[in-house]
Ligand binder design. Structure first.
Ligand code: FPP
Length: 256
């Protein structure tokens, strides 16, 4: 079999892929296993996605691991998930660092146990200067929470007299959001059959191409990711322009 880089030779690569990893519970239920077995199996799909994106030259991969609403799940499931985050960080950080991966966690981490918060901080500082794939894990994250936090930051700047209200442009606002240093997602993928954004990266997904698959997250492998990238590659992104304008941009890129 040829390596993935070769397979995707003529494909327009997304620079940033964002994924809602859904379907772990159903994957386990289909096998008469406890839901948590699905989360364990999900970790190996996380590893595959990171390795594959790194190998084909995607710049950023953002994974939704735990929403602000997931605390409502049975206590035992929540604690297995927390244990998995901790164990995965402990086991994988050094290996990812060797591969030049930058790790970041977005979300309200103050709700996590201090051991987990410490692991997150040290994984982020260890990999801060890495220039390879940007891996971001959204944990205890919600898009509305993130936007509210950014509003608070901007309001402070105004209250302190650092900027006037008229200086609040789209760009200034966006610079106060998470991940403002990397391109917004080009491709959003949700596994597990639901067709929702579920409060994920609400601002950043404004122009993102959306891709939904029935495949359950633990079954989502390199081949499935390649299908999603090929699907993305066949789409025309218009950003408000007409299709004709976009085609002309190839002839005269100065139009943009
Ligand atoms: C959604 O499936 C999945 C989650 C809420 C957790 C995602 C966690 C992992 C993939 C493992 C750990 C990740 C990292 C980054 C170490 P679901 O439980 O809602 O599935 P269902 O819809 O079938 O019930």
């Amino acid at each position: 079999m040829e390596p993935p880089v070769k397979l995707l030779n003529r494909v327009q690569l997304p620079r940033h892929i964002a994924i809602i990893m859904d379907g772990n519970g159903r994957w386990a239920k289909n096998r008469f296993l406890p839901r948590t077995a699905g989360h364990h199996a999900g970790v190996s799909s996380v590893r595959k996605a990171i390795e594959y994106c790194g190998s084909i030259g995607v710049e950023a991969l953002t994974l939704f691991a735990f929403s602000s609403e997931n605390w409502r799940r049975p206590q035992q499931e929540v604690s297995v998930l927390m244990g998995l985050f901790l164990a995965t960080l402990e086991r994988e950080t050094e290996k990812l660092h060797q591969k030049n991966v930058r790790i970041r966690i977005i979300g309200d981490r103050t709700a996590f146990a201090s051991e987990l918060q410490d692991k997150i901080t040290s994984a982020e500082s260890l990999t801060l200067a890495n220039t390879g794939l940007n891996v971001t894990i959204a944990a205890n994250y919600g898009g509305r929470w993130e936007i509210t936090e950014a509003v608070r930051r901007v309001a402070k700047l105004v209250a302190e007299g650092k900027i006037g209200p008229d200086a609040i442009t789209t760009e200034v606002f966006a610079s106060n959001l998470n991940l403002s240093d990397i391109p917004e997602p080009d491709l959003f993928i949700r596994t597990g059959g639901e067709k929702r954004i579920s409060n994920f990266l609400l601002w950043q997904l404004a122009y993102t191409e959306l891709y939904f698959t029935d495949t359950l997250w633990p079954d989502f492998d390199e081949a499935e990711l390649e299908v999603a990238i090929r699907d993305y590659s066949g789409r025309q992104r218009r950003f408000g322009y007409t299709g004709e304008q976009v085609e002309n941009l190839f002839v005269n890129p100065g139009l943009l």
